[in-house]
Design a protein around this ligand. Structure first.
Ligand code: SF4
Length: 476
């Protein structure tokens, strides 16, 4: 048991995130100014004094803690925690003290600031305590992104359109996903069309154009073919797509895909879709609450190719319940046989809102060694099949503190995914739960303009959503 004392620091969650990379919540007590923090209040009755031999005491020195409100000061505290816990546990987590979502962005900023990739690498290794393998990986991805895209034109934006509906809810889901009636979906679409028209007009008057469009969710193909056709038509009629390089529709779950819907997608000149198997093991699909089987995935791919969809992404997840490394390798092999142009390998991230987390709160920790092996296998197998990693992000509460990696065949990389991770382009997000991020180039910073996340409240307050956009995005 560890007793970690961190005094004088106000927001300790960032530090606790790092502690959780090393220790299970039941393995430590975190103390801030004499108070035990968060879910371990039950331990309050135990003797946690310095003299209690059942604890390993780690106390962050006051002179470090007093510097907590400067970014460098926070990093020094993290280095102290990292080094102390490494010493005691023998672990050296790959991402070092970096707890953020975008390590590739960090690599890019350091390369620019230091004027040399070598110096940036050194900082990532020594100051951030990252492993050589992760440093090489993010530098590689950074170079690929630079070659593919370069800097965004100032008038180019990313456009996101959210359809927050799915036929059923997956057991690991923590996204905005609702099961709704046709009438409810129709009311939502009416409000969404209204927002699309408004944004289209205002973009045009401001000289903005979408470099990429991403229609995501939820699962957009939950819409009926008529609803989908009307939505895609409405986008075409109201948004100037003449300079748009790619449009993606997340077809996501095979149980929502039909030939007619794919034909509609093709008719509207959509260049890319996602068909997300997650696993090709029937038992796993049942366990995670997806009402489709592996054969449905094979069929969806077959029909998409027959219809003429050019680029297909397939998402798979490492660390799903009751799966071992062989199951994961079988999934990868089967997915490779379908010949997608992109494969995104996710690591299961169990957040508070997911049902699986409610079932087993220790899940992330138990799975970490298996997931490490799965990810290694995916790197090898995908590289042998001609895929390159081209974008990467981390999520909080990710199994074993790993990452999600997007792999692509050459020239099939998804621009929207790269831009959203780079955070150097305005992303305009429409629909319930959409968070617009306005990029201010001179200050290199983003300002958020959120829509409400509940789809019924979005419909009720659509005028307010437009006002928010006018004020926070167009009128700046
Ligand atoms: S398909 Fe995605 S958004 Fe829909 S329920 Fe499953 S995890 Fe959630």
């Amino acid at each position: 048991m560890y007793r970690i004392e961190l005094n004088y620091v106000k927001n300790i969650h960032e530090f606790e995130e790092l502690i959780k990379v090393f220790l299970r919540p039941s393995d430590y007590v975190l103390i801030n100014n004499g108070t035990i923090i968060d879910n371990l209040k039950t331990l309050a009755n135990l003797d946690i004094t310095d003299n209690d031999k059942s604890y390993i005491n780690i106390t962050v020195p006051d002179d470090l803690a007093l510097n907590f409100n400067k970014p460098e000061g926070r990093n020094v505290i993290k280095q102290f925690i990292f080094d102390s816990l490494s010493l005691h546990t023998g672990l050296k987590p790959d991402w070092g003290i970096h707890t953020g979502v975008r390590p590739v962005k960090l690599a890019s900023e350091l390369s620019v600031r230091e004027g040399s990739e070598e110096k940036a690498k050194q900082i990532l290794l020594e100051y951030y305590r990252m492993s050589q393998e992760k440093v090489d990986l993010i530098m590689h991805i950074n170079n690929i992104q630079k070659c593919i895209l370069g800097r965004s034109n100032t008038n180019a934006v990313g456009l996101y359109i959210g359809i927050p509906f799915c036929p059923t809810r997956c057991v690991y889901c923590s996204f905005t996903s609702n099961q709704a009636s046709e009438n409810q979906i129709n009311s939502y679409l009416e409000a969404l069309h209204y927002e699309i028209s408004f944004v289209g007009k205002r973009m045009q008057s401001r000289g903005l154009y979408p470099e990429s469009v991403y229609i995501g969710g939820g699962t957009p193909t939950t819409l009926s073919k008529e609803q989908l056709d009307k939505l895609l038509m409405h986008v075409k009629e109201n948004i100037d797509l003449s300079k748009t390089k790619e449009i993606t529709v997340e077809a996501g779950r095979p149980d929502t895909i039909t030939r007619e819907k794919l034909e509609i997608i093709k008719k509207h000149e959509i260049s890319r879709i996602s068909i997300n198997p997650q696993s090709m093991k029937a038992k796993t699909l049942e366990l995670i609450g997806r009402s489709h089987c592996p054969e449905d995935i094979i069929e969806a791919f077959k029909v998409a190719r027959e219809v003429g969809i050019k680029i297909i992404n397939a998402d798979i997840i490492a660390g799903l319940p009751e799966e071992d490394v062989d199951d994961f390798k079988n999934t990868l092999r089967s997915v490779l046989e379908l010949k997608p142009e992109n494969i995104t390998v996710h690591t299961l991230a169990l957040k508070r809102a997911s049902r699986l987390k409610l079932i087993d709160s220790d899940y992330n920790y138990k799975q970490s060694q298996i997931v490490r092996e799965m990810l290694e296998q995916s790197r090898m197998m995908l590289s042998e099949s001609g895929f390159e990693p081209y974008y990467l992000y981390r999520q909080k509460q990710m199994t074993g503190n790993f990452e999600n990696i997007g792999y692509a065949k050459p020239h099939a990389e998804n621009i929207y995914n790269i831009r959203i991770m780079e955070e150097m382009q305005t992303i305009i997000a429409l629909g319930a739960g959409g968070i617009t991020k306005v990029y201010y180039q001179e200050e290199n910073r983003l300002e958020r303009v959120p829509n409400v996340s509940n789809y019924e409240i979005y419909v009720e307050r659509i005028d307010e959503m437009l006002e928010r956009k006018e004020k926070g995005l167009f009128n700046t």
